[in-house]
Design a protein around this ligand. Sequence first.
Ligand code: HEM
Length: 452
Amino acid sequence: MSPTPSLETPLPGVTALPGGLGWTVTDRSVAVRLLADERLGVVESAPVMAALAARLPPEVRAPAAELAAFAERIMLQAAPARHAELRRGFGRFFTADAVDALLPDLRLLAERAVSEAVARGGCEFMTQLAFRYAVDTGARLIGLPPAEYRRLHKLSQQLALVAYAARLADPAQAVRDGHAALCEIRSAVAAARAAAPAGSVLGQWQREGIGELPEPDVEANIVMLIQASLETVAGMLGNTAARLLGSAGALADPARREAAIDQALRAEPPLKTLERLVREPVELDGFRFEAGQVVSVRIAEANRPAESGEPVAGRAVLSFGWGAYRCLGARLARHQALELFGALHRLAPDWVLQDAEVERVRHLRFDMPRRLPLGPPPSPPPAGTPAAGLPGDLTEALTEALAEHDLDRPLSSVERVVAAAVLEEMGRPRPEPTDLPQTIREWVTWANHDRG
Ligand code: HEM
């Protein structure tokens, strides 16, 4: 059989997935054009569940049908017209005003989590701050006690496994497990709804309903919100912390905090890929994506400037997706991060990561650090003790701060003030104004031998 023309003329940044399934896309321009094209759709649940049903014994077909009906209601798996209705219903919880109304609570929750870490004298950032705060804030949004949010999140993961059941040796058991999880989710959501506070998603549902949406639609998408808001947010917080908390004092500058969130989202998107299915053939620059093929966009790569050098969609970050299905929680997520790092700045301004190396989670979908021990910086050595690493460290710090590599050039008066500040930052006394060394080499010699 001769190869299809599409295999012979691949676009830049487009490579074949194994088994002829489709394509991975890393090029920004191609990614943006494909994600905005209605001929590509999200991966809908109906065909997956139909393939599963064909492999099931009769006694589990009814629970499988119930699972399929639930999955079809989830907005991120719905075809455009249906998706638009569901998204309109839930959009009210994510407008600028709605997020602003949540800010005081986000701040309180951030301060509570950080205060507890401060009281313990340090923490493991991923479990004790990132996940814990993501749970607290997600639970606040939905209107659940945090422990119940965690339990529902776990149950929703069991439910999601049903999508892979057709590939398992015993798909019927996966359906039974998934159905048991669904029943538990339903009774937990009903109980939580009755008790939910006003100003939460469940509270709104209980009091006034959510737009015109039928109850089963609301139920399924509340479960989706729980699923969408934990690892993504915790990942963003961990990836930002790994960039921001490497050195003492980095937290102090609000612009630097914002920049670290942006850079982390851009370089380490918490969700690594966006999957789409080609519904009708699409031609791009002479290359044909065939109906039925999968397109998997690698977000970190697609966030980089286009290979052509042409600006594509400005510098917009694709980490929250692109097009009609772009993340509803993007604005909220950014504020969650701002509040957590703001609280860290207020309550633990000098805390730094305790390990220079960051081990990352190996997960198919998520990108985040595994552990980030965080705490106060090591105390400076008592005055008079030569600090470890000097004079190399001091020479490096001075040449960097002064942007000067000539160790023997006489420094200006302003540069000598900077040099004194560097010494102080490194826990060393500063020389008397009458005794100021003239060159970087003299400063290092003074700090190591002459002072005192
Ligand atoms: C840093 C945190 C987050 C990241 C990186 C993230 C990422 C994403 C991405 C990439 C998509 C699009 C998926 C696709 O097109 O296939 C998405 C969709 C979605 N996200 Fe987020 N998300 C985050 C936080 C949240 C939060 C906090 C919520 C809600 C509480 C949320 C709710 C949603 C919803 C409802 C959708 C589906 C939108 C639609 O189908 O129209 N996300 N998210």
